[in-house]
Design a protein around this ligand. Structure first.
Ligand code: T5A
Length: 205
């Protein structure tokens, strides 16, 4: 596979989507072919699974069902979109990938980490070359989401204490993969974060 696989992580509202768009456009302006995808989603099946996972209903998925649904969407995305784009030599940018499952379902929901890692091996089987972890406090995340307005989805409706556990899961994961995961202060300005990411991305590509 000759392309470059990059990903963004962080708790809800950390600024991932903003930074993915900045990076994708900056790379395209420099002549790179970029495939930009979100998780869960990015395929027909993945977008349907996304709706199942994020809609609020009377029967929320139990943690194992939630884990398996995220994994099913990822498996479809890796096979149908990520691997083919990398094979074509493109830059592939993911708005969340397997680190999100480790943090949300592992630390947030409390699914045993060995089960998370087994499912990750089955459903992902590939790792980004670089992951930018946009680190933000749950309080600032809540403030930003409130400022943005609109309805909260099922995951966003979780308490700040849930996001605090997710955040610590991400920080633990970064300790396991110090060469791949770069922790960035997500409370810095959009432009300063984008500049730092673009500089690193251009070095990697
Ligand atoms: N999930 C996902 C799991 O539980 N397990 C998994 O395996 C996976 C893959 C997916 C949900 O599913 C969960 C995690 C999520 O809860 P999502 O849509 O990907 O949902 O995730 P969200 O994080 O909820 O998406 P958001 O759009 O809310 O957050 P972003 O993308 O991090 O933030 P963004 O860029 O939209 O910015 C949020 C607001 O902040 C402002 C923006 O303008 C915007 O208003 N902002 C800044 N303000 C100040 N300074 C900055 N530096 C800013 N950057 C952005």
């Amino acid at each position: 596979m000759s392309g470059v696989f990059l990903s963004f992580e962080g708790i809800d509202g950390a600024g991932k989507t903003t930074q993915v768009a900045f990076l994708a456009k900056a790379l395209e302006r420099r002549g790179h072919k970029v495939t930009w995808l979100r998780e869960p989603g990015g395929t027909l099946l993945g977008e349907k699974i996304r709706s199942l996972l994020l809609e609020k209903t009377d029967e929320a998925p139990v943690p194992m069902a939630e884990l398996l649904l995220f994994a099913a969407a990822r498996s479809q995305l890796v096979t149908n979109r990520i691997r083919p784009a990398l094979k074509r030599g493109e830059v592939v940018i993911l708005d969340r990938f397997a680190d999100a499952t480790f943090a949300y379902q592992g630390y947030g929901r409390g699914v045993p980490l060995e089960q998370i890692l087994s499912i990750e091996a089955l459903s992902a089987g590939i790792q980004p070359k670089r992951t930018w972890l946009l680190d933000l406090t749950p309080a600032e995340s809540a403030r930003r989401r409130q400022e943005r307005g609109g309805a909260s989805d099922r995951m966003e409706s979780e308490a700040d204490s849930f996001r605090a556990k997710v955040r610590s899961g991400y920080l633990e994961r970064a300790k396991t993969f110090p060469d791949r995961i770069r922790i960035l202060d997500a409370s810095a300005s959009v432009d300063s974060i984008a500049t730092q990411i673009l500089t690193e991305a251009l070095e990697l590509i």
